[in-house]
Design a protein around this ligand. Structure first.
Ligand SMILES: NC(=O)c1ccc[n+]([C@@H]2O[C@H](COP(=O)([O-])OP(=O)(O)OC[C@H]3O[C@@H](n4cnc5c(N)ncnc54)[C@H](OP(=O)(O)O)[C@@H]3O)[C@@H](O)[C@H]2O)c1
Length: 259
């Protein structure tokens, strides 16, 4: 039988935009109770309000920076003040910084990608694990990427980081075997969010070019999948889910329409 999400506590990192914000609204539609984290509080509060409108039984927002252990611990302490039981943890906070070759790479970009996509997932998971009940259909869902499966020029560190996320997911699944806690990764291809705007440091024109002529995935496409993964019957684990736009047959095989 399907796992019902009504009144279940769902924690989403990086909920201020893109997949995280859409996931908050989608879990809200299921009547879940939400704990939302990101650095931009104004955006986060707006998402919490939208989630309540879409049907969330509760929606709370708190500042979170996954690059800092003390900040993550403060965030999880806050989460514990709301609930002792977390049903779904979505490790979504992350992204790419720059598209430089290794030869031209910048330390700050490299560090930001490893700090968020790799260490951030580890920090949040370690802190939140005691809240996940055993044998109750609880789920940890990490957001990976096709970049974790296939390398591309200028993507060395982002690809390494998402490959790291994939291996963390696989190791964690084995570590938690016997607890009934489900562990999986959802790995999208090209999706039109603020991802490219962040990667290109606010250069809108360059960001828009990434999606030119493609019918890219939307944040809502991913949110729908996350709800589906979390609502499978408790004995069903979606290990790894790779999802790409039809126009993206492979990392470098992209069909772009002319108009
Ligand atoms: N869009 C794509 O094509 C694509 C494809 C595959 C995978 N992904 C992955 O999907 C996830 C979500 O990305 P998105 O596409 O939805 O992009 P997005 O719109 O830029 O969202 C990224 C989210 O991560 C949060 N975040 C970034 N750094 C953070 C930090 N240090 N601490 C806490 N939160 C942080 C951001 O919030 P604040 O800035 O407010 O902190 C934001 O809410 C990322 O892990 C990304 O790598 C994206």
């Amino acid at each position: 039988m399907k796992t019902l999400l009504k009144n279940k506590w769902v924690l989403i990192t990086g909920a201020s935009s893109g997949f995280g914000a859409a996931a908050a609204r989608a879990f809200g539609t299921e009547g879940a109770k939400l704990l939302l984290g990101a650095r931009r509080m104004e955006r986060l509060k707006k998402v919490a309000a939208e989630s309540l409108k879409s049907g969330a039984a509760a929606a709370h927002a708190h500042e979170l920076d996954v690059t800092k252990t003390s900040n993550v611990e403060t965030f999880i302490a806050w989460a514990k003040s709301k609930t002792r039981t977390l049903h779904v943890l979505i490790n979504n906070a992350g992204g790419a910084h720059g598209l430089d070759t290794v030869a031209a790479g910048k330390d700050l970009d490299w560090e930001a990608m490893i700090q968020t996509n790799v260490l951030g997932v580890l920090r949040v998971t370690r802190a939140a694990l005691p809240l996940l009940p055993h044998d109750a259909g609880a789920s940890i869902i990490n957001i990976g990427s096709t970049a974790g499966h296939t390398a591309y020029e200028g993507g060395a560190v982002y690809c390494a980081a998402k490959a790291g996320e994939l291996q963390i997911t696989r190791a964690l699944r084995m570590e938690l075997n016997g607890t009934g806690i489900r562990v999986g990764t959802v790995d999208p291809g090209l999706a039109e969010t603020e991802f490219s705007l962040v990667r290109f440091k606010g250069d809108i024109e360059r960001a828009e070019k990434v999606y030119e002529g493609i019918h890219a995935l939307t944040a809502e496409d991913i949110a729908e999948i996350l709800v589906w993964v979390a609502s499978r019957p408790p004995h069903v684990n979606i290990d790894e889910l790779l999802v790409k736009p039809v126009d993206q047959a492979a990392m470098h095989k992209i069909y772009r329409r002319k108009n």
